[in-house]
Design a protein around this ligand. Structure first.
Ligand code: GLC
Length: 731
């Protein structure tokens, strides 16, 4: 690195530290406490805390550090101008839930996770950031990196599924997408790793519920994506509504200080989730708002979203020597540092530019990128007779089902600036692809979630006129997401009955399932001619699904989480423990770890997804069959496209530590690659096996590998292992 660059980099970094120091010297205790306040704009994304939606006077008095739910150049300029009337003119941070798109709505995060395509995921976040930053926003409350293994929990929709390795890789891709390589560009925003921590393990899958888990499970499964985000430089963290082993995350110094700020040396700041500081009162952890403020600031919650605990109590708590002013200073420093990094002190309006807002919001390229990300997210679950892809010259196709012409339902629940009217429906997407001589019929058949079946007859009649039926089934946009836990994750309403009625016509039925979570749909799984899981794919949903249906894109998605056969199996993961009484075959389950009314295995496994082509795995070899110390071994195998379509395969490396000081799962994902091959093309695929891949947290929670045997597995899915080899780690 050139000295000049070093000095400039050093002097610039030093100048931010200095600039923070000199500003803090001027600040009163009231102004410092003010920086730790975040209020919502007029829209609310949580229980309204019983006061006006935002307090302009506080802003003018310099007693607010950030606003959420304010967006657009006009509003952000107006409110920023109010903040600049304050004594020290400290600019506000504007934040919003830009989870999967701002104006151009991309597939929901769980759908994008099904693409296993890290570049597509990064690009999606980058476009979302570009649009958000052009609307005066500095900060998005994303990525949500919570591991989700319970599809009763509606927020699996916002995450990257069940696996810590895949979840960590996706967390990094999203942080880089939102933030760019370094903060300060006006085409990037601060990201926020949320919800810290273990929120996805809420008891019984009920949102906002308690979490009890071993340190082992916390460290090996739920923390890794947060650590990956921190190491990737995520600017902020958001804590979570749940307790962890009896202590609310917001008041949990083990999480926010011992782990995040001490062990991980995290330099960004932590914002509470909406009102979560005040919620320590109903949790029975704080006597009142004063006590809640004390516990939250001591535990490392730097900014208070919407509970007003800090606004109303911090100054007094410091004056009464109940809170050390050093904690306030540390929190203020972390927040001011980000405001300097974003260049807001140099130009508080630099993100609020009318011209850029116009230009960025209407970039047609963004929709094309959204279509590509969407088609990469579709998972082909079934196609035994290769009915898909359909010919565009198919004479008559009937689209039947409540999501066939739906727009809003395909967007998911976080759609800040979407033009829903511009969403491409499945019917529209298909109609654009079929030949001029083909006909596309439509019947809704039933609603998404009620008992009405009076429209079945019309749907059956429509199906009888067609050569093939495409059924558009699933959830409405408000059936998954925050505060959308379900005790029953069956396909809702009369939709499966509608499928049965259509199947009875004898026509081939392709089912396109659109939902925010795994659903249970046994009859469809058993009897549909083909099934595409299309999640909620956003603005370009109809075009993306049509590309897949007609083979203009060969589906390459793989499930990022397990689809259970029943709710009774939950929590269910591919990374299960063998137990002392494993089931070896379904006929012999007496005195085995099994159910008497269901197989143990899922309906569809983690990592599963079919293609219109086929892939052959062969010639697995290791440069060394054992390693010791810091040695590594090169694993290689040959992948061949043995079908007649070009396609992409996600090859998955799993590993089992056969005997260890802490029982290990039967397999854990340790690496993957998404490989594109033409028909007949072969390629040598390589992975490196090193100690890091063999490591785990032992009973003292130390990360490390233990000598012994390991099983290396190469799979097309977690339940479809194609090649395997044993491997030794020596002393
Ligand atoms: C919500 C969500 C959180 C979101 C925040 C602000 O309650 O839990 O994910 O970022 O409030 O809208």
């Amino acid at each position: 690195m050139l000295p000049g660059f070093c000095l400039r980099g050093y002097s610039q970094k030093k100048s931010i530290d200095q600039r923070v120091d000199s500003l803090m010297k001027l600040m009163t205790l009231e102004e410092k406490a003010g920086q730790l306040n975040q209020y919502s704009g007029k829209e609310v994304t949580g229980p309204v805390t019983g006061r006006q939606t935002y307090l302009l006077n506080d802003i003018k008095a310099g007693l607010v550090g950030s606003m959420l739910n304010v967006r657009g150049v006009k509003d952000t300029r107006e409110i920023q101008a109010a903040a600049l009337q304050s004594r020290l003119k400290i600019p506000l941070l504007f934040s919003l839930d830009v989870i999967h798109g701002y104006k151009t709505i991309f597939p929901i995060p769980l759908a994008e996770a099904a693409s296993w395509d890290l570049e597509a995921i990064r690009l999606s976040a980058h476009i979302a950031a570009k649009e958000a930053a052009a609307s005066g926003l500095h900060w998005t409350f994303a990525p949500m990196v919570d591991i989700g293994r319970d599809p009763r929990w509606g927020r699996v929709m916002e995450g990257a599924g069940e696996d810590p390795f895949l979840g960590s890789k996706i967390a990094v891709a999203r942080v880089k997408g939102f933030q760019g390589e370094e903060l300060g560009g006006t085409d990037a925003v601060m990201a926020c790793a949320k919800h810290f921590a273990a929120y996805g393990a809420a008891m019984a899958g009920r949102d906002y519920n308690a979490v009890d888990m071993s340190s082992q499970l916390l460290w090996e499964t739920y923390l890794p994506p947060f650590k990956a985000a921190a190491d990737a430089g995520v600017a902020t963290f958001m804590n979570s509504f749940n307790t962890l082993n009896g202590i609310p995350a917001t008041g949990n110094s083990y999480l926010q200080r011992d782990i995040l700020k001490d062990a991980w040396k995290y330099k960004g700041f932590v914002v509470s989730d909406w009102g979560s500081i005040g919620e320590m009162i109903p949790w029975g952890y704080a006597n009142d708002l004063n006590d809640a403020a004390l516990k939250a600031i001591n535990a490392g919650s730097d900014m208070d979203m919407e509970s007003e605990a800090y606004k109303k109590n911090l100054v007094q708590l410091v004056k009464e020597n109940k809170v050390d002013v050093k904690l306030i200073d540390d929190a203020v420093r972390r927040i001011l540092y980000k405001k300097f990094e974003l260049g807001l002190f140099d130009d508080p309006y630099r993100f609020s530019d009318y011209k850029r807002e116009q230009k960025v919001m209407n970039d047609p390229q963004s929709r094309l990128i959204a279509r590509d990300v969407a088609q990469r997210s579709v998972v082909l679950l079934k196609n035994p007779d290769n009915i898909l892809p359909l010919a565009k010259t198919t004479q008559t196709i009937a689209v039947i089902g409540p999501l066939g012409k739906s727009k809003r339902d395909l967007e998911g629940s976080w759609i800040p600036q979407s033009d829903t009217i511009l969403v491409t429906t499945l019917f529209d997407g298909l109609s654009r692809k079929i030949s001029k001589s083909s006909k596309l019929l439509y019947a809704k058949g039933c609603n998404i979630n009620d008992d009405k079946d009076s429209d079945f007859a019309e749907a059956v009649e429509t199906a009888k006129k067609a050569d093939i039926v495409i059924m558009a089934l699933g959830e409405s946009w408000d059936m998954s997401g925050e505060a959308k836990s379900r005790t029953d994750i069956h396909l809702p309403g009369k939709q499966e009955a509608l499928f049965e009625a259509i199947r009875a016509t004898g026509k081939p039925v392709v089912v396109v399932m659109m939902a925010g979570r795994p659903l249970i749909f046994d009859k469809i799984a058993d009897h549909a001619s083909a099934i595409l899981y299309a999640w909620w794919l956003g603005a370009e949903a109809g075009n993306a699904i049509a590309n897949v249906v007609f083979g203009d894109y060969n589906p390459s998605g793989k499930l990022p989480l397990t689809f259970p056969r029943s709710v009774g199996q939950i929590p269910l993961s591919y990374s299960y423990y063998n137990t002392g009484r494993p089931v070896k075959n379904l006929k012999d389950i007496k005195y085995k770890s099994a159910y008497i009314d269901s197989p143990n295995g899922p309906r569809y496994a983690f990592g599963f997804g079919l293609s219109y082509t086929s892939f052959d795995y062969s010639d697995l070899s290791l440069s060394k069959s054992s390693i010791k110390g810091n040695e590594s071994s090169d694993l290689s195998f040959t992948l061949k496209n043995t079908g007649k379509f070009a396609g992409e395969e996600v090859v998955q490396l799993y590993l089992q530590d056969v005997v260890s000081s802490v029982v290990r799962p039967v397999k854990e994902l340790k690496d993957f690659q998404k490989i594109a091959l033409k028909p007949g093309e072969s390629r040598t695929i390589r992975f490196t096996i090193d100690k890091e891949k063999l490591s785990f947290f032992n009973r003292s929670l130390q990360w490390g590998a233990e000598p012994g045997s390991f099983k290396l597995m190469i799979g097309a899915a977690s339940d479809d292992i194609r090649l395997e080899k044993t491997f030794e780690l020596g002393l």
